[in-house]
Design a protein around this ligand. Structure first.
Ligand code: DGJ
Length: 740
């Protein structure tokens, strides 16, 4: 890995063993993009990759030169007002109303490692030799504004992190748009992959061909959202899970975002990603700065799995942090679907006792333990125990449960308030919204203004009072509505445009303070299921509740989509009761578990109401997961067959030494007189021989990857606890073990 600067041609080459990223200083001193893709041999001069030709109507920079128009040159960080009429990466306004700036190359600095982004989540290095970073300083002579473009290339992943910093010069300025990334690509032969959805249908995989004009996704609802995830990929039409070129773009941020690809009439593609400009502006005084969050670009020539594996490695090991990063996650039981709001101490202790008997490790008490919270109209904001339900308080209950030998976890929704709460009665002005206008509610709740420090301080104090009892080792941090009327009471008019961003910084600040005070506390983020499943929160909470939809058939799709970017160790996945509460579907408990194993495993049901047989199955599943969770959560994950396009879906994890693998196979609908079926595996050692459980066969790694694993039902010879044969919603978990 290296970052080279060729003085003679003013060309920068960032490369590691897999990728190259090349750009240059153009003759007008702006930065021109030359190449991003598979590693190229270094040369001092790549200027032939820049193509110039006179284009009618073009705005040309130099007199006498009809070829040099920024509209037709690939750029690093384009701005309006310099001849490029495509979408810009940023926009600023001077006190005189002019939005014309002209940023030219001034200097650059190359350092080892990766600097932190103060107050923002970001990928990091543990030693300086893991990455190199270059910061280019661009300068606007008229206003003295500096624009710092930072790129980090990692040694071991084919990823580049990018962010931008604006430093205000001698006059004030208003930043109206500050995206984190622009990438101009020389052609448009791509399909755009997006993860779309809604509550209970998060991160569904969708491809659409790029067309002329703009293809975009966004969130303007204050959270990254379940509608679109802050991620897009551009893949070649022929690219599959296992082969072909793909570029991934992922935004390490939890608020509003924009991700778009613009194709012009000359078939070039401009990718932009960053904070959505809607409801965004930053008033900067001389010397003040604004730092954008970072984007992670990945290039892979090994298909979508290749891209995902780069994200998994980076996000699992160099975005997630702390005590839980490398530890297999506790098997939990959550009481939400077992009781909803209707519980008391006795009922909770009964569930916990049975869970302990089944060897579950962590009991999580969900919504309803605080204030007068017996339904969703009341008490958000009042984070003290509901003594009618829990006479010894949540602290007493937590002690009783930890005394049983279980860990105890607790639900909070710190960012919200109900009007019926002591907090709202004391601080009605802490709610976001214009006091002269109606405030929409969502699930009867209002949004606390987390851009205000005193609000965050209050929540910190309230949460610490509960957590200081010392018996709580896990928090589920929920957030159950989108922002609508964004106006912060008491905030000066010129700062209103920063409220949505500062809100997210407030959320990060509270997370960080709690993480610092309780370093071993495990956080699971949540937002009406998976509406804030984003890289930003993975920096604070290494796992996230993926969806309220725990139906196995639906979960297969949700987890398949989620795995495009997010590591298995981050995917909260539980076995719940049947009929499923979201779909009414009845699927076998084995299939529910076979799906949930590919995540941070747990249960979301009342174990006491299950049959003795199901209880024994759970006990066996818990034992199985304990034996295999390190492999599930930290192995190399491959998607094999998509539930969006195939009758049967499959995925697998492979151990680092390639000697063990687990293959999950799922078939929601049972056909009659089934055809023969095989699934080609991935990631095995072709030279090893594997014993295949269920089929009782010895197969070469090469056979399993070339001919495939025979999944026809007749091939199953010795079913075990993770097998469902026949009927709808069948599934199987194959274990492959290398034999000497
Ligand atoms: C939404 C979450 O997604 C659920 O798991 C549960 O915690 C409820 N909120 C509680 O109100």
């Amino acid at each position: 890995m290296a970052i080279l600067f060729h003085e003679s041609t003013k060309t920068f080459h960032l490369y590691n063993e897999q990728i190259s990223y090349i750009f240059t200083v153009l003759k007008n001193d702006h930065l021109g993009q030359l190449y991003f893709g598979k590693r190229l041999r270094d040369r001092a001069d790549f200027s032939h990759l820049l193509e110039f030709t006179p284009r009618p109507m073009a705005a040309c920079t130099f007199e006498g030169d009809l070829s040099f128009s920024l509209e037709h040159i690939r750029q690093e960080y384009p701005i309006f007002g310099t001849g490029d009429i495509r979408y810009p990466a940023f926009s600023m306004e001077r006190p005189n109303g002019s939005r014309i700036y002209d940023f030219t190359y001034q200097s650059h600095q190359i350092t080892s490692g990766k600097p932190r982004l103060e107050g923002l989540p970001a990928t990091y290095t543990e030693s300086a030799d893991e990455a190199d970073t270059i910061t280019i300083t661009l300068y606007d002579q008229v206003t003295d504004v500096q624009l710092l473009l930072t790129y980090t290339i990692f040694r071991d992943v084919s990823a580049i992190a990018r962010s931008v910093r604006f430093i205000c010069g001698k006059e004030s300025a208003k930043l109206l748009q500050a995206l984190s990334l622009c990438l101009d690509l020389p052609d448009d032969n791509y399909e755009l992959l997006e993860l779309i959805g809604t509550w209970s249908r998060e991160r569904q995989v969708k491809f659409r061909p790029l067309e002329s004009g703009v293809t975009s996704i966004h969130s303007m609802r204050g959270c990254s959202s379940s509608v679109y995830n802050p991620f897009i990929a551009l893949k070649r039409p022929e690219t599959t899970e296992g082969h072909g070129e793909v570029y991934g773009f992922s935004f390490v941020y939890s608020g509003n975002f924009l991700a778009q690809a613009e194709v012009d009439t000359f078939h070039t593609t401009r990718v932009l990603m960053g904070i959505h400009p809607q409801n965004f502006s930053v008033a900067l005084q001389p010397g003040e700065c604004f730092q954008t969050p970072e984007c992670i670009m990945v290039y892979s020539e090994d298909g979508l799995n290749g891209m995902s594996q780069q994200y998994h490695t980076l996000y699992r090991t160099r975005l997630a942090r702390g005590y839980w990063r490398d530890r297999p996650r506790p098997i939990l039981i959550n009481n939400w679907e077992a009781t909803y709001f209707n519980f008391n101490e006795e009922k909770i202790l009964e569930i916990a006792e049975k869970a302990k008997a089944l060897s579950i490790e962590l009991f999580v008490l969900d919504d309803g333990w605080f204030g007068k919270r017996n339904n969703d109209t009341t008490s958000l904001g009042d984070w003290f125990s509901n003594l009618e339900k829990l006479p010894s308080g949540v602290e007493g209950l937590a002690k009783k449960i930890t005394d049983m030998g279980l860990k105890f976890g607790l639900w909070f929704e710190p960012e919200m308030v109900n009007k019926d709460s002591e907090m709202y009665r004391t601080h009605p002005d802490w709610v976001l919204g214009d006091p002269e206008r109606n405030h929409c509610h969502g699930r009867n709740q209002y949004i606390l203004d987390f851009s205000r420090k005193e609000v965050v301080d209050n929540l910190y104090d309230q949460m610490c009072k509960v957590l200081d009892c010392g018996h709580i080792s896990y928090i589920k941090w929920d957030m159950n509505r989108s922002m609508s009327e964004v106006y912060a009471i008491g905030c000066p008019p010129e700062k209103q445009g920063t409220v949505m961003h500062n809100y997210i910084l407030g959320v990060y600040d509270l997370y960080e303070r709690l993480r610092t005070r309780y370093p071993e506390l495990l956080f699971e983020s949540c937002s009406s299921g998976g509406a804030r499943f984003d890289p930003g929160l993975l920096y604070y909470a290494p796992q996230a509740w993926t969806s309220d939809n725990t139906d196995a058939a639906e979960r297969l799709k949700i987890q398949y989509g989620t795995s495009m970017v997010y590591p298995i160790s981050s995917i909260g996945a539980h076995v719940s009761a049947v009929p499923n509460h979201q779909t009414g579907r009845i699927s076998p408990i084995e299939t529910r578990a076979n799906t949930a194993y590919f995540g941070t495993f747990g249960y979301e049901l009342n174990v006491n109401t299950l049959t003795e047989e199901d209880q024994q199955k759970i006990k066996a599943q818990v034992a199985f997961m304990k034996e295999n969770r390190a492999l599930f959560q930290f192995g190399t994950f491959y998607r094999l067959q998509s539930p969006f396009t195939h009758e049967a879906a499959a995925w697998m994890v492979v151990s680092e030494d390639q000697k063990t693998a687990l293959v999950g196979y799922y078939k929601p609908h049972a056909p009659a007189n089934e055809p023969y079926e095989r699934i080609r595996l991935m990631g095995l050692d072709p030279n090893l021989c594997y014993r295949v459980s269920l089929n009782d066969t010895l197969c070469g790694g090469d056979e399993l990857m070339q001919y495939g694993l025979i999944t026809s039902e007749h091939a199953v010879k010795s079913p075990d606890l993770n097998t469902v044969l026949g009927g709808d919603y069948r599934s199987r978990l194959y274990r492959l073990t290398a034999v000497e």
